[in-house]
Design a protein around this ligand. Sequence first.
Ligand code: NAD
Length: 373
Amino acid sequence: MKIAVVKEQAAGEKRVAATPETVKKFKALGADVAVEAGAGLTASIADADYAAAGAAVGTRAATLAGADIVLGIQGPAPDSLGGVKPGAWIVAGLNPFGERARVDAYAAAGHEALAMEFMPRITRAQSMDILSSQSNLSGYKAVLDAAAEYGKAFPMMMTAAGTVSAAKAFIMGVGVAGLQAIATARRLGAQVSATDVRAATKEQIESLGAKAIFVEKVAGIEGEGTGGYATEMSDEYKAAQAELVSAHIAKQDIVITTALIPGRPAPRLITDAQIATMKPGSVIVDLAVEQGGNVEGAVAGEVVERHGVKIVGHRNVPSRLATDASALFSRNLFNFLSAFWDKEKNAPVLDEEIGNAIRLTQGGKVVNERLLG
Ligand code: NAD
């Protein structure tokens, strides 16, 4: 059983899908591990550290030659996978809806592509969940990015020269990223409020010491769908939410939006007219910018200014914390493969529940029902 770890090729991707720690653990399971030279450099991991952990460090061709499993952060280009075994597993964040042509190419090449972001949200798969591990870091980094763009301090400071008032931060969308954003903004000393469509988040917001801003008295406000994800809301709800947000947002210094609905474009939460009511110098960070954006005018990969308000739209926020993001992503991959490791076969064997959820291609065909529907 040979596991290959390739250097990421996507522009701006600094993470790597294995660390010396996970290399050692895979070796202890009985696998051979090969790492492409330079794969860890952007996450501050030297080739020598992989070698010391027992990996064979070499060229991409040598790394992939005879590989049974290829690990990546993002899906490797199908035409860059020469030398892997027929039917080899490609295990990564494969962006199945956004990169459908690549999924088809994996099928055509006979690879078995496993999309880590399709991991079901069940208790036993929590330690394998890349969306959670990466979103948590994004929520933290979003607050730091906002603080860096903001021309004032977050905490209240009473000094001999006078008092600096605390920043008011509003977090929209309280999933994994939003919860971490609340906690981080609180630690920096901001006055924090937050909103979500799922009623269950109200208690979570309050338990972190923030103020919950919720639409009340509108029919069908329970926005929770399957797997704890949000659902699309009624028009009546959307109107009530827009009104509530309009009144609140004008008083905020920092707004962080994280709202996503699986398989759909991100919901629009802030309009240009609402931005115009905010104080000049305020900062909005749109963590959903790559999924269509929660904020009108946000541009992926840029910091833009509208009505004196900065709108931050960094791409691939977890990669901005590449070392920790790599460590957690790598553990997710190890936790996944080791949970299914068959000692006799010296290979992982998936069960139906998780296998059917994450397997995109098999036997030359696309097999995942979310892609066939
Ligand atoms: P997500 O990234 O899909 O969405 C972020 C947040 O945006 C969600 O809280 C969602 O309700 C919210 N949202 C969507 N539309 C909105 C709108 N119009 N206005 C305001 N907010 C809106 O969510 P996530 O971080 O993946 O977390 C979703 C849930 O899944 C959470 O309850 C989380 O605890 C749970 N979860 C469970 C597991 C597990 O059991 N293994 C793992 C991870 C997350």
